[in-house]
Design a protein around this ligand. Structure first.
Ligand code: HH2
Length: 283
């Protein structure tokens, strides 16, 4: 069992606190950290900083999925991701997830030492399911309506929580049929991926419904544009609101939080955990 699988299993047994996944985008155009970590040396430095600040795992991405983003070619995405995965694997002892929709990138990343695949396209691609099943690694299945280029145009649902939960369960079943262990599946409602403000709010209040049937739940809300829509602020000013949403998610016992600001989240997670712990006596 890998270190990451041990962490997920402890989480499933509720014997460990919420896991913090630090975001490391090695892209020129991500909505918050784009262009910051576009050399392997800078990416490694950032990875080390996040680990020192309390990240339980890192999520390396080579393709921005912000609304309106254009797809990245296969070789370009590999060139961005693989050297970073290799250097984290050699230099740091932290599990690495790779945020990709492409089976070829996933396979190369797993060969280079990655421990998990994070697929924003819901594990729809049967080739990606085979790569994950073959590697026997954990996988995050995220819900998205449409594609990044068009997803915010006019998102519609009958009942957003029911529809997203049903989709994720269906995709989890397909993953299991393809040979992926059910304990290795993590589900994610995909905040901001084909969702209106109200859709995001309902999903952020529904961790329990998504966890139904025992799958772990990951939420990625960090600094996203719904916060800007509510507060009218820029992405650089969204830390406090991100932390406020995280507290709500921690109260719902979310299993993994995907965040840019690891140090602040480590403090919030610890103090929230402390608030929930009760001593038997007042002594
Ligand atoms: N959000 C983003 C990217 N990947 N993966 C999961 N599982 N859940 C998410 O909510 C999620 C994700 C978008 O955020 P970010 O990586 O910060 O920006 P960009 O897509 O512009 O690189």
């Amino acid at each position: 069992m890998s270190e990451l699988e041990r962490m997920l299993s402890a989480r499933r047994e509720e014997s460990s606190p919420t896991l913090l996944m630090g975001i490391l985008n090695v892209t020129p155009d991500s909505f918050y950290d784009g262009g910051e970590y576009d050399t392997s040396a800078r990416a490694l430095e950032r990875a080390r900083e996040m680990v020192e600040n309390g990240a339980d795992l890192l999520d390396v991405g080579g393709e921005s999925t912000r609304p309106g983003a254009e797809p990245v070619a296969l070789e370009e995405e590999k060139d961005r991701i693989i050297p970073v995965v290799e250097s984290i694997d050699t230099e740091l002892s932290v599990p690495v997830s790779v945020d990709t929709t492409k089976p070829e990138v996933a396979a190369a990343a797993l060969d280079a030492g990655a421990d998990m695949i994070n697929d924003i396209s819901g594990l729809e691609n049967p080739d990606l399911r085979s790569v994950v099943a073959g590697a026997g690694c954990p996988v995050c299945i995220m819900h998205m309506q449409g594609t990044p280029r068009t997803m915010q145009e006019n998102p519609r649902y009958d009942d957003v929580v029911r529809d997203v939960a049903a989709y994720l369960r269906r995709q989890a079943d397909r993953a299991i049929e393809a040979g992926i262990d059910r304990e290795k599946i993590i589900l994610d409602p995909g905040i901001g991926f084909g969702k209106s403000l109200e859709h995001n709010r309902k999903l952020l209040n529904s961790v329990g419904e998504l966890r139904d049937r025992g799958f772990l739940v990951l939420v990625g809300h960090s600094r996203k544009s719904f916060i800007g829509e509510v507060l009218g602020n820029d992405v650089s000013d969204r830390l406090a609101a991100t932390l406020g949403v995280s507290v709500e998610l921690l109260h719902q016992d979310v299993d993994l939080l995907r965040v840019h600001d690891v140090r602040e989240h480590a403090d919030v997670a610890r103090i929230t955990e402390w608030m929930r712990t009760s001593e038997d006596h007042d002594g």
